[in-house]
Design a protein around this ligand. Sequence first.
Ligand SMILES: NC(=O)c1ccc[n+]([C@@H]2O[C@H](COP(=O)([O-])OP(=O)(O)OC[C@H]3O[C@@H](n4cnc5c(N)ncnc54)[C@H](OP(=O)(O)O)[C@@H]3O)[C@@H](O)[C@H]2O)c1
Length: 265
Amino acid sequence: MPKTIMITGVSSGIGKVTAEYFTSKGWKVIGTSRSANPVQNVYALDVTNATACQQVIDQVVNDHGQIDAVVNNAGYGLYGAFEQCDDQDVRKQYEVNVFGTMNVCRAILPHMRKWKQGTILNISSIGGKFVVPYYGVYNSTKFAVEGFSEGLWHEVLPFGIRVKVVEPGAINTGFYDRSKQEGKQMAIDPEYKATSDRLWPQYAQAGKTGADPMVVAKVIYKAATSQNKRLRYAAARDAHINIAFMKLLPHQIGLWLARKFTVDR
Ligand SMILES: NC(=O)c1ccc[n+]([C@@H]2O[C@H](COP(=O)([O-])OP(=O)(O)OC[C@H]3O[C@@H](n4cnc5c(N)ncnc54)[C@H](OP(=O)(O)O)[C@@H]3O)[C@@H](O)[C@H]2O)c1
């Protein structure tokens, strides 16, 4: 019997490549995307809609039976200084990255508890471990994903359910273009705008030269198939290097470096 995995946000980037990779490994892959996709086994779902998450997951279980793993991948990174992002921008960022992840977990957990097994893989980011300026709101959502996942790890382990957090570094996907489009980038103070405009090419370039999404797909596969209780998995070289530095360097130096390579550059 092939194992079954459900992945949110399979229309592009990491989600799409991960879906293809698991398919190549013989898994049955169920995807979700906001746009109703005529592709087989892709369900229309906006993860910000809690009722829809419940309905779609119940439908998937009805159609395909047991789901062995769920990847909370749908997400985006709001770009801009906090004051450049209005309340709506910030709430939407949390609705997708944090509450979307929680909605899917809430819907799948009763099923996994009944099956007494399952793996939930939440896609965080290296930005869930440290913050870069003008991505602070996005980074804070990934800090929330980290904390939420760690709490859940403790809570559901006794039921045979594993929680894993995958922390990609810069990955070459549509993420960076989407980042710029999502926020209104209100120009409250010209200084913010000047810094934002100056930093943006640097971040966009990091995305262009970032790792191939296949690197993340392989880490997700490793985490989904592992028999151990490990919680966190870094993905891509820059994520491994940054996490290693964070373990070695005092936090104050990390803050100084982050400033030096961004706003003070
Ligand atoms: N690229 C990076 O450098 C990087 C680094 C660290 C972490 N990540 C994380 O990796 C995940 C995937 O990002 P990516 O790089 O693959 O970006 P991407 O190519 O822009 O893909 C993002 C996916 O999220 C889905 N999505 C966005 N808003 C949604 C919503 N409201 N409801 C449901 N789905 C939604 C999109 O699907 P639809 O438009 O079809 O709905 C899309 O398939 C995100 O959680 C991101 O934060 C990315």
